[in-house]
Design a binder for this molecule. Structure first.
Ligand code: ADP
Ligand code: ZN
Ligand code: ZN
Length: 724
């Protein structure tokens, strides 16, 4: 009887395919194979071998193995099988996410040699008229690590110039350095601070031995020196041959963090994020797969990579919503990390100054060890937060007089101020004061944001944009004005209020160009007086020692949202952004502008004890039976009409009828139309996660059998971050 392999494909199909294993091929789970599929060939991944052949079906044979080793080791296959079941996403697509793009497309698992050039320290004389060659030589000499041939061409030079310099032996090729790695500078290695008593105590608690798998929640207030603890912990715990994973929400925003890791561990640090190109990804993927003892600092998807010697996982800023993937395979990087540590019987540390309610709850339940660090590192004190009621105050660019005065005093003392605005662009709405018209997105149920720098009106929910006009597009009135605050508008007001001081805007628009975040950070780190204006981006992990004042332009956005997570997220953002103040030797002050200064949530914010606030929010969640007290999943539908979306969900609803499971909806989503798709949702809220999972598996299988009307798509989101 022939041997059968069960194979997963990179397609949205909730099923696997059986193939005959030819006698001359040895195959194991995790291996990539070429197989015939329909009239084509495709790449598959073996999930299982030695399967009973189904009767009455004629199977085709596998063409060939793509490597004689499994691309995904057993542990990674198990991890993704679990994730596929937990998140109800097709196994094939889950498994293929753990491969770098080149291998998904069926390329060979070997590094393509990159041609890498450096200036040599000898060579012939360059003729005086070879201007471009001279420029290229100078350019290349400035690149401390040399440059890839493709980057040289991109910088405006030609192949002919390269060849000419090579012929004169003025430049030469070497093997490319590892992405981003720099040799260790010994003087930097020596400058690590010794841990404070509080840090040392926390580090000791984290290192306390457990039975293989241990999960710890490191609650450390902003500026308490969590990064220093991670470094210390890794240094102490990692053997020379071990791998470690450090998940971070966004790498490009906080190059300082990676730099600190490099100072400690040098070339052992490797990064993983979405800005890497395909060949960099393949190179890093191969190192991880081969078990090289690297410490990988990466964003969400790094948690799915095929480590073979993983000994420790750290999830920094574990509350950050970017850990949850918003489309396709909707996994939570943090939660997968915890499961992975469990599979590997290794420790995982979740760190944050504002941990998610889920994690606080898990700590209370005794599932996580709670390690607290409630004082700031060095000589820094926690910032003092106060509310500034703006109900009857005149505002300029969203800023009240007392806030502007506070900024002025800060700058006069030679210090820096940070102004947080929760919207990029100039103003969230353009409105006609004659006819009341507001400019909306033609493709979404939202208004267009006015971007004055580019004279454009943009939708922040789809990629629609149109030119801005000076008059109302409907009645032609000139009483057509921006309403509300965006970062650009606040920037303008600050620039005219403080003409001699640099005002630096930090948002998605101002940081798009490569290297712009670096130049912004170096300006701030120079320590000279300046005002930073920006969005969420400024709340993330930055360490600006000379920022002593933080102004929150408006805190009220999340106070009355229908999303059950909104209060939690509001408090997290406010505390994180507040945490940028007073991290150095000078005390920090935070002014929160609001129209609701008597709101209980904002009042507790001023006391600044996050765990107390979390406690209060948790009791509200318990009262209203929301996660983490219940397990939640959402079926979403998108179609060319709302009617179709609702119909699909109406058909799903009876399938979800089970004891202990409540179903809400179907209802149109908060933004009911987005990029011309009409969206609706059906929320499931269950007492028991296991039962919910079994039910969902059944419903998804059933739905796959059904024929849906054309133009409708449905999706399932387990543990949704957004319920709007
Ligand atoms: P967190 O990540 O908890 O917000 P960081 O790790 O960024 O805090 O540390 C905040 C600041 O305190 C950094 O500038 C860091 O270099 C400094 N720091 C951390 N630990 C110590 C220490 N033991 N002694 C002196 N300075 C420290
Ligand atoms: Zn009008
Ligand atoms: Zn739109």
């Amino acid at each position: 009887m022939p041997l059968i392999a069960r194979i997963a494909l990179n397609r949205p199909l909730r099923r696997l395919f059986d193939y005959i294993i030819p006698e001359d091929i040895q195959l194991v789970a995790g291996q990539r194979v070429r197989i015939p599929f329909g009239r084509q060939q495709t790449t598959g991944l073996i999930v299982q071998t030695g399967v009973e052949p189904p009767s009455g079906v004629r199977l085709k044979p596998v063409f060939a193995a793509m490597e004689d080793w499994p691309a995904l080791p057993e542990e990674t296959v198990n991890l993704l099988s679990w994730a596929s079941d937990y998140y109800q996403h097709p196994l094939g697509e889950c498994l293929f996410t753990a491969l770098p793009p080149a291998l998904r497309r069926g390329r060979k698992a070997e590094e393509k040699s990159v041609e890498w050039w450096v200036a040599s320290d000898h060579g012939d004389f360059l003729p005086a008229n070879a201007h471009r060659q001279k420029e290229l030589l100078e350019w290349l000499s400035q690149q401390t690590r040399g440059a890839a041939g493709s980057d040289i061409i991109r910088a405006g030079f030609t192949r002919a110039q390269l060849r000419a310099l090579n012929d004169k032996q003025l430049i030469r090729t070497i093997s490319p350095p590892i992405s981003g790695s720099k040799p260790e500078a010994p003087e930097l290695l020596a400058r690590r601070p010794t841990l404070s008593a509080a840090q040392a105590a926390a580090a000791e608690e984290l290192a306390a031995p457990g039975e293989g798998f241990t999960a710890s929640l490191l609650y450390g207030i902003t500026g308490s020196g969590k990064t220093e603890i991670y470094l210390h912990y890794l240094k102490q715990q990692l053997g020379a041959g071990d791998q470690a994973l450090v998940l971070v929400p966004e790498i490009n925003l906080t190059p300082q963090t990676v730099a600190r890791f490099r100072q400690y561990f040098g070339t052992r640090i490797v990064v993983w994020h979405s800005a890497l190109n395909d060949s960099e990804r393949l190179t890093t993927w191969l190192k991880i797969r081969e078990g090289e003892p690297i410490i990988l600092i990466g964003t969400r998807s790094a948690v799915l990579l095929p480590f073979t010697g993983l000994r420790t996982i750290i999830v920094d800023e574990e509350h950050d919503s970017s850990y949850k993937q918003g489309e396709g395979f909707r996994y939570s990087g943090r939660d997968v990390a915890v499961y992975r540590a469990h599979l590997n019987r290794c420790p995982v540390i979740l760190g944050s100054a504002t941990p998610s309610l889920e994690s606080v709850y898990n700590a209370e339940q005794g599932k996580y060890r709670l390690v607290k660090l409630e004082e700031r590192a060095g000589n820094a004190a926690p910032p003092i937060i106060s509310l500034l009621d703006i109900r009857s105050r005149p505002l300029e660019g969203g800023l009240s007089r007392p806030a502007l005065n506070a900024i002025e005093q800060t700058l006069a003392r030679g210090e820096q101020a940070l102004v947080f605005v929760n919207r990029r662009g100039f103003a969230p709405v353009m409105m006609c004061f004659d006819c009341g018209h507001m400019v909306e997105c033609p493709r979404c149920d939202t208004r267009l944001t006015y971007h004055r720098r580019d004279r454009a009106m943009r939708c922040h929910h789809c990629d629609y944009q149109t030119a801005a006009t000076d008059h109302c597009p409907k009645c032609q009135s000139e009483a057509f004005k921006p309403v509300g605050q965006g970062t650009e508008r606040t920037e303008d007001i600050l620039a005219s209020a403080f003409p001699d001081i640099p005002v630096v805007r930090v948002d998605r628009d101002s940081t798009q160009r490569k290297g712009s975040i670096q130049s912004i950070l170096s300006q701030v780190n120079s320590g000279k007086p300046c005002v930073l204006v920006g969005t969420q981006m400024l709340a993330k992990g930055h360490d600006f020692p000379n920022v002593t004042l933080v102004v929150v332009v408006n805190a009220d956005g999340g106070l009355f949202s229908v999303d059950f997570r909104a209060p939690e997220q509001l408090i997290q953002t406010l505390l994180q952004v507040s945490g940028r103040a007073g991290r150095g030797t000078k005390p920090g002050k935070v002014l929160v502008q609001t129209c609701h200064s008597d709101h209980p949530l904002l009042r507790t914010l001023c006391e600044g004890h996050y765990l107390d606030i979390a406690e209060q929010l948790l009791s509200e969640r318990k009262e209203s039976q929301f996660p983490p007290f219940r397990a939640m999943a959402i079926f979403r539908a998108e179609a060319d009409t709302m009617e179709k979306s609702l119909q699909v969900l109406d058909a799903i609803k009876p399938l979800t009828n089970a004891p202990g499971i409540e179903t809400w909806g179907p209802l149109p989503a908060m933004i009911a139309r987005r990029a011309d798709k009409h969206r609706a949702q059906l929320i499931l809220n269950a007492q028991n996660r296991k039962r919910l999972n079994t039910l969902l598996t059944g419903v998804c299988q059933e739905l796959d059998q059904r024929k849906l009307p054309a133009g409708v798509r449905w999706m399932i989101d387990v543990d949704p971050q957004e319920t709007g």
